[in-house]
Design a protein around this ligand. Structure first.
Ligand code: TXA
Ligand code: MG
Length: 355
């Protein structure tokens, strides 16, 4: 039939979404695709349901969850106030990969969702499946990424199954997610200032078009220092996404210096018996000999690196990599989110070359 999707397939998908929605409405947990990564949803108002999310993921309970809505009309019941800047950001970027931290209306969601903070993080995802599921469930849906805590976020339903099969009530398979890294989490002042608490699918450059100023939470760039202040987004303090092997990010002033270093280190590591892996850009990838070579696409197209990063890190584990090197990329556009996740995966283990 036209468009490749038959009426029967559409009807089947619609009834699966209805079924998943009724699981959510009845206090269950369902994994579903968003445009960023797969989320593990539950009714945000239902503490027992939300506790099932924490249990399935093995997530620390002081790490609050993002609440997903399908329509801005749902905001009134969740938050006390939306300022002009926040309104502008919603108009500009919703539905889409932007999460706003807003003053929570007391009792609007389970205290397990906010981890006791007086704010709640809210976003409206751009995925059609997610929007239909949330509408049909008829409740605000709390949903962290649908991975076991400490594993890379899932960009395929298969990743969710690998991590959470048996621990959750269902998975809606919507194919690969588009963006590949999580939403950008921001706090916005009435004066137009926007603070990025977590870089993600909406870039700082895009935010700057709708804001008077855009700054990064200073804790983002001090995460490696022991005396650094707590990040304003509590989740940023955990080492997420860490592969089992030792991962190190390599950066330097010249691309050729970086690729010389990586090529030599991979060979040395292989000689001492390591199972080697490399995450690299297409401009240099032909130079590397490793057991596992993950392409992050072209340096001129960093959105591709975002799409491929998590699956690439999972592949390193699947292949039993013990020694993993990754090329750094410029912190421009989607490069900011890619570097943030890569550095966290590496436990901030970085080699800075001088030349
Ligand atoms: O793209 C995404 O945002 C995905 C998909 C499923 O929507 N969700 C996601 O959720 O990444 P999660 O739980 O893995 O990350 C939520 C982040 C954490 O860093 C958490 O600390 C922060 O949002 N957060 C949640 N509530 C907050 C609050 N009230 N204030 C500051 N940060 C908050
Ligand atoms: Mg997560």
């Amino acid at each position: 039939t036209e468009g490749g999707i038959s009426d029967e397939a559409k009807a089947r998908a619609a009834s699966l979404i209805e079924e998943a929605a009724s699981v959510l409405a009845n206090g269950g947990t369902v994994a579903f695709p968003t445009e960023t990564v797969y989320g593990l949803g539950a009714d945000a108002r239902n503490t027992e349901a939300v506790e099932r999310i924490f249990k399935a993921k093995g997530r620390p309970s002081d790490n609050p969850l993002i609440v997903h809505i399908a329509d801005v009309s749902q905001l009134d019941e969740l938050v006390l106030e939306v300022n002009e800047t926040e309104r502008r950001l919603m108009d500009e970027f919703w539905p889409g990969p932007l999460t706003l931290v807003l003053p929570v209306r007391p009792e609007a969601v389970s205290p397990r969702v906010t981890a006791g903070l007086d704010t709640v993080a809210v976003r409206m995802p751009a995925s059609e499946v997610a929007l239909r599921l949330i509408s049909a469930a008829g409740c605000p849906v709390a949903a962290p990424s649908a991975n076991r805590s400490g594993r890379p976020s899932p960009t395929l339903a298969r990743h969710v199954r690998e991590d959470l099969a048996g621990a959750i009530d269902g998975i809606v398979d919507g194919g690969p997610t588009g963006v590949g890294v999580e939403s950008t989490v921001v706090q916005a002042g009435a004066d137009g200032t926007v603070t990025v608490l977590r870089p993600g699918g909406v870039t700082a450059e895009q935010l700057a078009r709708a804001a008077a100023s855009v700054t990064r939470d200073p804790a983002l760039d001090r995460a490696a220092a022991e005396d650094s202040p707590a990040p304003r987004s509590p989740g940023m303090k955990y080492t997420h996404y860490a592969p089992k092997g030792a991962l190190c990010v390599v950066e330097g002033p010249t691309p050729s210096g970086v690729s010389d270093y990586i090529a030599a280190e991979l060979e040395r590591a292989a000689r001492r018996g390591e199972v080697t892996a490399v995450l690299a850009f297409d401009e240099h990838i032909a130079r590397y000999k490793a057991h596992t070579v993950v392409s992050l696409g072209s340096l001129s197209q960093l959105a591709t690196a975002a799409q491929r990063l998590y699956a690439g890190l999972r592949r390193c584990d699947e292949e039993g990599a013990t020694f993993i090197l990754a090329e750094a990329c410029p912190q421009e556009g989607m490069g900011a989110a890619v570097m943030n996740r890569l550095l966290k995966a590496a436990g901030h283990h970085v080699v800075h070359l001088n030349r």
